[in-house]
Ligand binder design. Structure first.
Ligand code: SF4
Length: 230
């Protein structure tokens, strides 16, 4: 039986203006047809969208240079280990755009509409993560926080999610996110990871050399790479 204190956030309000979606679509040019598609989709999405998140407030129990132990699970990552100190407050989490948006069916031929819905789902997931960050920061009076996700760096690969999910018990029952044996999350627009306090903001992108990544949140730094993995 799981006795950890599991917090579920399922009252996350989500609202979007067409301009926000169009900006995030990063189109070279918008036009009235695209704007009409976005408006039409938002009319379908907003009444049913239900982004959610689940987290636990925990501590680092043990660590060495290559791994950290949290709630009896051993996570293997040099970068995670460098970011966490013994007895540091940590918040393992799973967040999602919500399975309600998976029910919206669009013809696979309609590439533009499919892309637009994908962007809306990403924005719903972003809203869930922002609310989660705001909640733990306020509730536990934290200063600067950062987070890491299995799969964002080769140093902490995707299969590490198989250790993260059991910390919450049945995540599918709690917030509708299913983890496959190949470590894919469904809905696809879901995210799992660990929030932690940090003196300065940490982003995995600082250690990731991938060029032209549309999701990049921080500049790649060879000094940071040397500091963490040198
Ligand atoms: S640069 Fe892109 S691929 Fe690399 S960690 Fe950041 S978001 Fe992920």
């Amino acid at each position: 039986m799981n006795t950890r204190e599991i917090e579920i956030l399922d009252d996350i309000s989500f609202n979007l203006k067409p301009e926000q979606v169009i900006t995030r679509m990063r189109l070279r040019h918008s036009n009235p047809q695209i704007e009409a598609i976005v408006r039409e989709l938002l009319e379908q999405v907003l009444p049913v969208a239900h982004p959610k998140a689940v987290y636990i407030a925990s501590w680092v129990d043990n660590k060495d240079s290559f791994s950290v132990d949290i709630e009896g699970a051993r996570f293997t990552s040099r970068v995670l280990s460098k970011n966490l100190t013994m007895f540091k407050r940590v918040f393992p989490y799973v967040a999602t755009c919500g399975c309600e948006l998976e029910e919206i069916r669009i013809s696979s031929q309609d590439m533009l509409k499919t892309y637009c819905l994908d962007v809306i789902k990403m924005l719903a997931l972003g809203t869930a993560i922002a609310r989660l960050s705001e909640t733990v920061t306020k509730k536990y009076t934290l200063g600067q926080t950062s987070h890491m996700n299995p799969g964002s760096l080769a140093d902490w690969p995707l299969p590490e999610q198989q250790k993260l999910f059991p910390l919450f018990g049945d995540v599918e029952k709690l917030i509708g996110v299913r983890l496959s044996t190949s470590s894919m999350m469904y809905p696809l627009k879901s995210s799992s990871g660990i929030f932690f306090t940090s003196d300065t903001r940490f982003e995995s992108c600082q250690l990731c050399p991938r060029e032209n990544c549309p999701g990049r949140r921080a500049t790649y730094s060879t000094e940071m790479l040397e500091k963490y993995l040198g």
